[in-house]
Design a protein around this ligand. Structure first.
Ligand SMILES: Nc1ncnc2c1ncn2[C@@H]1O[C@H](COP(=O)(O)OP(=O)(O)OP(=O)(O)O)[C@@H](O)[C@H]1O
Ligand SMILES: O=P(O)(O)OC[C@H]1O[C@H](OP(=O)(O)OP(=O)(O)O)[C@H](O)[C@@H]1O
Ligand SMILES: [Mg+2]
Length: 285
């Protein structure tokens, strides 16, 4: 059985389970369930604290896991990201009261509060800056107001939490993050779990593609086909079928969902008609 770590709480938990469900795996119904066996897919899911997942995976106790890129780096564990999943996107940044600091070098001799000591310590060391780091479990933005630190380093998505605390980011972003599938560093293809891991990754990739593409169908005059196909090249190449009406063809192609409306406008302007888009529910590329 493939053993997979899934975040049990926080920003990663809901979207991770939703993606696994979309990929055809059973998921827990109760947030108190710690382990779920999916016998049909020969997979066992372990619901763990997001911060601990890289540790279990690097120790080889679990084959793969879903966590945040920032949590992976923070853990310092021997695991690597093998598939980005596109949710829980954030940046990790320094912030302080306006006018306090402009670059990481300004932290020398100061105290930084964070829940991600590993990332901060590594970043300070890389820049040769000697600062104190104080660990807080959350609500880090309040640390400055309460005098625990002069600077914080935290996850930023919309920036609302920082604004509400009267803080501003400064310096270069420390890192970008999103949810990722991780695996133990150095695991090789002789691993008996390899075929199941590859099948798992193909399923998740199928979900990512199904979420970001639509299927587009349209009719166009044969003489416009090359220009139409240039607008809708698809992943491999579009399917072209003859229409009963001579001189017309039907075209079917996958199009990035974000571009679908613009592509439909351009096809229409080219004389294409009966332009339809449909959602893709699942796919294997
Ligand atoms: N507001 C947010 N928007 C996007 N991603 C976020 C946000 N907050 C945290 N994350 C991401 O979620 C992961 C942290 O997960 P974790 O469950 O430890 O914290 P959390 O989501 O902040 O939950 P909590 O603080 O309630 O425990 C990290 O990868 C982080 O980048
Ligand atoms: O830029 P924003 O959109 O405001 O999002 C970022 C905030 O979201 C997370 O906080 P969370 O709600 O998890 O609370 P926590 O600080 O206690 O972890 C994170 O720690 C930031 O504080
Ligand atoms: Mg949080």
């Amino acid at each position: 059985m493939l053993r997979i770590a899934v975040p049990n709480k926080g920003s990663l938990s809901g979207p991770a389970s939703a993606m696994l469900h979309e990929a055809g795996y059973q998921q827990r119904k109760e947030s108190k369930e710690l382990v779920l066996v999916d016998p049909e897919n020969e997979v066992e899911f372990f619901y763990l604290r997001p911060k601990d997942i890289a540790i279990y995976v690097s120790a080889g106790r679990l084959d793969i896991g879903i966590t945040g890129q920032d949590l992976l780096v923070d853990s310092g564990a021997g695991a690597e990201a093998i598939l980005p999943l596109g949710f829980a996107r954030s940046t990790f940044r320094f912030a302080a009261k306006p006018g306090t600091a402009t670059a990481v070098e300004d932290l020398a001799g100061r105290t930084v509060a964070t829940s991600y000591e590993g990332i901060v310590a590594k970043h300070l060391a890389e820049h040769g800056v000697d600062a104190s780091v104080v660990h807080l479990d959350g609500a880090v933005e309040t640390a400055i107001e309460l005098g625990v630190a002069q600077v914080i380093a935290d996850v930023v998505e919309t920036g609302t939490s920082l604004r509400n605390a009267g803080l501003e980011v400064f310096g270069e972003p420390i890192m970008k993050s999103e949810a990722v599938v991780i695996r133990r560093t150095g695991a090789d293809t002789s691993d008996p779990a390899q075929p199941k891991i590859e099948q798992f990754l193909r399923r998740l990739q199928g979900v990512l593609v199904a979420r970001s593409y639509v299927m587009m169908d349209y009719d166009c005059r044969a003489e416009h086909l090359e220009r139409a196909v240039a607008l809708t090249p698809g992943l491999e190449s579009p399917t072209i079928s003859p229409l009963h009406n001579e001189g017309w063809v039907a075209v079917r192609s996958m199009v990035p969902a974000k571009e679908a409306q613009r592509v439909m406008d351009d096809l229409y302007a080219l004389g294409a008609r009966a332009i339809l888009t449909t959602a893709i529910h699942a796919c294997r590329l």
